[in-house]
Design a protein around this ligand. Sequence first.
Ligand code: ATP
Length: 343
Amino acid sequence: MSYIEFQNINKFYGKNQVLKDISLNIEKGQFVTLLGPSGCGKSTLLRCLSGLEEISSGRIIMDGKDITNLEPKDRNIGMVFQHYSLFPNMTVEENIAFGLKMQKKSKEEIKAKVDSAIQIVELEGKEKAYPENLSGGQQQRVALARSIVQQPKVLLLDEPLSAIDAKLRKSLQNSIKQIHKDLGLTCIFVTHDQDEAMVMSDTIHLFHEGRIEQSSDPITMYTSPVSQFAAAFIGNYNILSREQFAAVTGKKIASENGIAIRPETIQIVTDPSEETDYTFDGVIIDNTPKGNVLQYNINVNGVKMKVDVLFRSKVLFENGQKLRLSVADHNCIRICRKEQKRL
Ligand SMILES: Nc1ncnc2c1ncn2[C@@H]1O[C@H](COP(=O)(O)OP(=O)(O)OP(=O)(O)O)[C@@H](O)[C@H]1O
């Protein structure tokens, strides 16, 4: 039996069904990410687990116990949201201690737990500060401390980093991973950012319109998408029909649901010895710098292909230039699942 089991969860808001027969298991101590575009039901599933939202049908089992109808306060689940919702009139330590005070814990116990939580989230020296004098990242650390001080069975993190700028985000990602490891916590993290999901997770559940499209570890999700949706969402793949693949490569392969090719697996051939299973010519349409990668759009026999190369020093090839390209067969992913008809 898994630590958390969602069994056939359905959730309606009026006539709008936002969770469609979701079944998934989460093991103790795992870091699990619910990934997907806005509005696909990720936060709703978290809120159902925490008890903030009732499910329309199905069951939720945690630690061997049916918690479907338990009050939120009886579930022992911690939650961290995108907006920190700290008490503005309380200091850092008062914010963190608040829940423990409500539970009438002794002064000594509160002090020991708050001190330890402050150390874990690396806020030493900020104990007496008020939220308005902290950065967004620091405020989110207070929110984290406020949750872990309760020693929850599970920590739910609903887009906790999306309001935080890119640099601080990396450092908070590291802190969250470290806390997860050090405390052996079971964490469920919601994001629509595939890079963040890749960095953080043991397991990713990719959501699409209220269903789970694919569940796997990050590497498998990235290299073996099961559907066109997964390929487009996770790896920015080129997705070709059988006919387009034949037009590009001059060869046929049997793949009814299409072929997905990652832009960085297509090689620009400068020496014939680099040619591999499929080699073809194209003409550069345009190029876009994307951080350390330069992305070319290339017209190959009427099909627009994305090709990524490391952006070392300057634009290497000009628009309109003809290039020879090559890709290995093992990088041409046969998509195994038909696009599902959505309810
Ligand atoms: N209280 C509510 N009443 C009615 N509809 C709701 C309510 N909460 C969410 N929804 C709808 O349910 C759907 C799923 O919302 P949810 O917040 O779970 O999506 P999400 O995947 O977490 O997206 P986001 O990343 O934008 O928060 C959306 O269509 C949303 O409009």
